[in-house]
Design a protein around this ligand. Sequence first.
Ligand SMILES: C[S@@+](CC[C@H](N)C(=O)[O-])C[C@H]1O[C@@H](n2cnc3c(N)ncnc32)[C@H](O)[C@@H]1O
Length: 329
Amino acid sequence: MPDATPDLIFQVANGFMAAKHLFVANEVGLFVALAASPATLDTLAQRTGIPRRTLRILADAMVALGFLERQGDQYQNTPVSSTFLSGRTPTDLRPALRYWNHLNYQRWTELEAVVRTEQAGFGEFAFTAEEQQLYTEGVEAFNAGTARALATTYEFARHRKVLDLGGGIGSFLLAVLRQYTHVEATLFDLPAVATLARQRLAGSPVATRLRIVEGDFFTEPLPANHDVILIANVFHNFLPERNRALLERVCACAPAGARLLLVDAWTDPTHTQPLMAALMAGAFLLVTGEGDVYSAEEVRDWLQATGWRMLEGKPLAGLSSLLVAEKAA
Ligand SMILES: C[S@@+](CC[C@H](N)C(=O)[O-])C[C@H]1O[C@@H](n2cnc3c(N)ncnc32)[C@H](O)[C@@H]1O
């Protein structure tokens, strides 16, 4: 018998407990309650309105996981929770945790059925208004670092008009427009998301250079005459044949020499690295019933078959990287 311990099984199988403790700590406002000052359990119970007995279980789990520290009877945020979960910084990941808790966590209970049958019991991007807001704000929070990284990593100075297909509520375009004051932009997304984008962007100083167009990028006309087209975190929602069809449609509306920027959690050729991308494949599957992760090599083949030429790849932030292509002559 080779040497083996069950540690890996326990560590992975218990992962949902850590996740759910963290979601609930966020929901009851534990990190926000500690933003101003450390506190005892009694004070924390007062600040959150949560019973002392159950709050203690949550707070001590957060200490064990590294989200809180306890000195004597005083609890306080650690640097990670104070930077991302206290509600006091621009790097606010609370909407991402809310999305995972309220929407994604429920969907994971359907993983077995979807894996067994390939059939999802939910529609593609079929969200209620409340779920749509959770999804869109969660995605924005999750991808905020990547949006900032794209605006500093890719040289938009050579471009005049940028089109963001499936642009959500505009986080990528806001970062680009703030940095490049000569650039104009079009955001294209489904009607429900376009409505949220209009609300989110109203009053922004860059809104005068940003047009929002609503529609379905698989079936409706795409805005033409943009010399750079961004598609961020879209391909992981769809089957390869639909992604190739989208690339073909985009090529047909792009002017000669247009650039295409593809941002996603591109993996190695085996789809097993990075680890988090391999796990996210399950989350992507459960958004539409057909999502997955793809490798840069697969995308290069799709590009070649649809009128594009891959130029280069660059890391952005976290799991995300950028693939740059140009419309083939
Ligand atoms: C994962 S989100 C990415 C949002 C944004 N690009 C980002 O990276 O943060 C995928 C986006 O694609 C949009 N989308 C999905 N199917 C679409 C379709 N058929 N036509 C237009 N937009 C679509 C969704 O509404 C959603 O905003």
